[in-house]
Ligand binder design. Structure first.
Ligand SMILES: Cc1cc2nc3c(=O)[nH]c(=O)nc-3n(C[C@H](O)[C@H](O)[C@H](O)COP(=O)(O)OP(=O)(O)OC[C@H]3O[C@@H](n4cnc5c(N)ncnc54)[C@H](O)[C@@H]3O)c2cc1C
Length: 361
């Protein structure tokens, strides 16, 4: 029996632990790191494709439509078969822990783990971002407003009708009812803003575009997701989850990719191969995301144009396939053809000729 230690008790570690029964010959232990921050809740968004059914059952709300809005255009995409879902991270983790415990997974602290000599160790602590890395940084508020202004059938993935003077900036809006929604002021840039900046952006967006005022703040969340090429948390330990390369470099979506990463690993073990985790993105997708990130770093004003055109050129199902890393060559070509050509070419040259940044330890 191989003993497997997984450092960290977030989404990747717990999702892996729920698969313990399928990993014959492996005894799994989840280790809570000493330096781990207090767990905090946030919404996790993903499309309800068949392989995500395990998470879809925990969804708080689903949206058959999602939109991308720019100053000049509005694209609404639809999938009745695979709607956009959002669930509470802590609710998922709690349920996953129960499933894992039933499957015999052990949970211990880092100090207790020192007494063991495991056959394999995987690290899910956060990856290291190089200095000057592009970051997706955001703060959100779930609010109740004074007027029925939201459409609970449509998630707004990106509304660019907000201040663009500090980098690419959009509002992410998940409406739960005509008067209740989670709004996240989200930026792609190298510099995190003071928390009030995002909150003011949310209240002025509500007023400017909906003539609505917040009457109650139900909850708040915030995050910084490093984008692009990242280093392992500990160069001596193989990673899993975000630390195993699961963050999609240009979108920050991670959760569905963690599932793909774990599924591949479970299938390897079923074939009699050693347990290991590989990056769940295709090289060509990482390359395309690299170009996109180079454009957004150097010409952030192109962001609304790029994302707006992409949404208008794809059907709902194509959009899901592209975002989930399941695009074929024809779909990638379609996305490339939708991009404004000059910024894309400049992005390719910037990416090829810029120096790699140092990983911050
Ligand atoms: C606010 C927010 C919203 C997000 N929304 C989405 C979304 O809608 N869709 C999506 O796909 N992804 C989203 N993400 C990305 C999200 O982080 C991943 O989907 C998922 O949580 C990654 O799982 P993970 O196990 O790799 O990392 P985590 O779940 O973050 O787990 C990391 C582990 O490392 C531990 N840890 C953290 N810091 C330290 C430290 N300094 N030292 C030691 N241990 C540490 C933690 O306690 C935890 O055990 C969001 C992230 C944030 C922060």
């Amino acid at each position: 029996m191989k003993s497997v230690h997984v450092l960290g008790d977030g989404c990747a570690s717990m999702m892996f632990a729920t698969r313990a029964k399928e990993l014959h010959g492996h005894a799994i232990t989840v280790i809570r790191p000493e330096a781990a921050p207090q767990p905090s809740d946030h919404m996790l968004g993903f499309w309800g494709t068949p392989e995500m059914a395990f998470a879809a059952q925990h969804a708080r709300h689903t949206w058959p439509n999602w939109s991308i809005i720019t100053g000049s255009a509005h694209a609404t995409l639809t999938s009745e078969a695979h709607p956009y879902h959002a669930m509470h991270k802590l609710a998922y983790l709690e349920q996953a822990k129960k499933t894992a415990e039933d499957a015999g997974v052990r949970f211990i602290d880092e100090a207790e783990a020192e007494a063991f000599n495991p056959s394999l160790v995987f690290d899910t602590r956060p990856p290291r971002a190089p200095s000057g890395a592009m970051l997706q940084h955001f703060a959100g508020m779930e609010v109740e407003v004074d007027r029925p202004v939201f459409d609970p059938t449509t998630a707004v993935l990106m509304d660019f009708r907000v201040d663009q003077s500090h980098g690419m900036h959009f509002m992410y809006v998940l409406p739960f009812s005509p008067t209740r929604a989670l709004l996240e002021s989200t930026m792609f840039s190298t510099k995190v803003m003071p928390r009030d900046h995002y909150k003011e952006a949310i209240t002025s967006y509500l007023f400017q575009h909906h003539k609505a005022t917040v009457v109650e703040v139900i909850g708040e969340e915030q995050g910084v997701i490093p984008m692009g090429k990242l280093g392992l948390h500990d160069p001596n330990l193989p990673g899993l989850g975000a630390n195993g390369g699961a963050i999609r470099p240009a979108s920050g979506y991670t959760f569905a990719f963690i599932h793909q990463q774990i599924q591949t690993a479970v299938e390897r073990v079923e074939r009699g191969q050693p347990l290991r985790f590989t990056r769940p993105h295709k090289r060509v997708d990482v390359w395309m995301d690299g170009v996109l990130l180079a454009v957004l770093r150097h010409w952030p004003q192109q962001g609304p144009v790029l994302f707006g055109r992409m949404a208008r050129s794809l059907s709902g199902e194509e959009f899901i396939r592209f975002m989930s890393g399941r695009a074929g060559w024809w779909l990638r070509f379609k996305v490339m053809m939708a991009m404004p050509k000059l910024p894309f070419i400049r992005g390719v040259s910037k990416m090829m000729f810029s120096r790699p940044h140092q990983v911050v330890s």
